[in-house]
Design a protein around this ligand. Sequence first.
Ligand code: RAM
Length: 528
Amino acid sequence: MAFTFQINEDVVWDYDKKLLERAERNSPELIDTTIKPIGIVELIPEEERTNDFELKKSSKSMLDLPEYSIGREESLILDLGDHYVGRLSIDIQSVGSPMDAPLFMKVKFAEVPSELYAKSEDYDGWLSKSWIQEEFIHVDVLPTTLELPRRYSCRYVELSIIDTSPKWKVSFSNPVFTAQSSVAMSQLPSVEIEDSELKDIYNVSVKTLLDCMQTVFEDGPKRDRRLWLGDLRLQALANYYTFNDMSLVKRCLYLFGGMTTDQGKIPANVFTEPKLTPDDTFLFDYSLFFATSLYDYFIQTNDYDVLENVYPVARKAVDLALEQVDIMGRLKLTEEWPVFVDWSNDFEKDTAGQAIMIYTLRRMIALAEVYSDPREFHYRQVLDSMVDFSKKYLFDEENDQFIIESSGEINVASQVWMVLAEVFDKEQNKKIMQETVKNHFPIRGIATPYMYHHVVEALFVADCKEEAVKLMKEYWGEMIRLGADTFWEAFKPEDLEFSPYGSPILNSYCHAWSCTPAYLIGKYILDN
Ligand code: RAM
């Protein structure tokens, strides 16, 4: 079962005006920060670079910028010194004879160098090419201040001249990038992390989270620039250990709570512009993560007001999912409501799906208890049957590994989610994870920090701390060694050019679900 475009035109939406009003009341004021580029950089010819994440410093400095004029087919790249989300303005002057033709130029924004090496015209993937952060602009009269209306997510700004005229060239000055986020670094609690590798990983995680925290927790400020439930769950967890911005979490819970289907299905993502709109895309596990995110929020805050308002939404969503659990305690997944688990389609996801249902039920029971919902009893019964079924039919005792019932397949996701669901006790979980490390490490074929997050957390939960830290350093640490300022949506250490979309130019390089080391370090290392 895979994630593809879904078009579900016949869905009937239930808008809960009260919850949506609450969502809007918790909308943040964005904080602006003025950023000036720190330097000029240049592309490295293919035969001289080791990978597409490298650039070299130009011999020209920012002080030379106003004196540096360029014409047809020439370009320069400004380096903001770090990754930011915001708007650009820059002064442009003509240099030489009178301006006898318009200026025609291209401005390309890149989060990482590989987007600069990739040629936009070669992109032929399945996601819209409109995500490529590139503008073609005519300017009739110079000098002018070019103020681009769109928001970009980038570290590099490439200014390419398509044409001036043989009589004149252009120079640029006063580039200003106005960065924005709903939080500021000054809100961070100070933490002492002695291990320098972990400290770097923590810092990049925090920057990733900050850049994704806009008027909602965005999945990626370059793409898709919207609120996804699976990403929200992880961002909220990282937020509790860092910025601790409760009102943005509240806003996002209310947004999902206020836009569900008449059956009670929660959409996988929502849009907030031009008006609050649910996407007609549904993922089985993402829908369940509404309840688990509410649980996480309540554990942090004890905020009964939010619980009281959205508990009925969580219950309806969980109950709908439970309709797919048979009398024996087996979850039956369908193509119509696919489970995501990871971008990869190379492994079977039924056992991971079963575990996510168990993981959710445990949290739903805790919520039902606080809400004094008599349905708690029913949830306990289903939980028991699902756990029994998993132990009896999905566990291979000889190998200490979970299997896929229909095929016997053993994969990483099944082990990891069953450990997170705490189907067995710590001791058995440890055996499962040790076996997983023995048979499946180094991990191959998994391309998302999303799945790697769950592997690391399962290692911590199963008391395999050393392996957890090692994997975090190998995976997130490797992105830093490649130059990451923020963590990426997709990363396969064994294939640096991997993209789920057909080209790295569409990948998001500041992506919500990759910010979790801040949470993992906070919860399992600093708090212990
Ligand atoms: C992509 C985004 C998002 C993720 C979904 C499933 O479109 O990367 O973060 O949650 O897929």
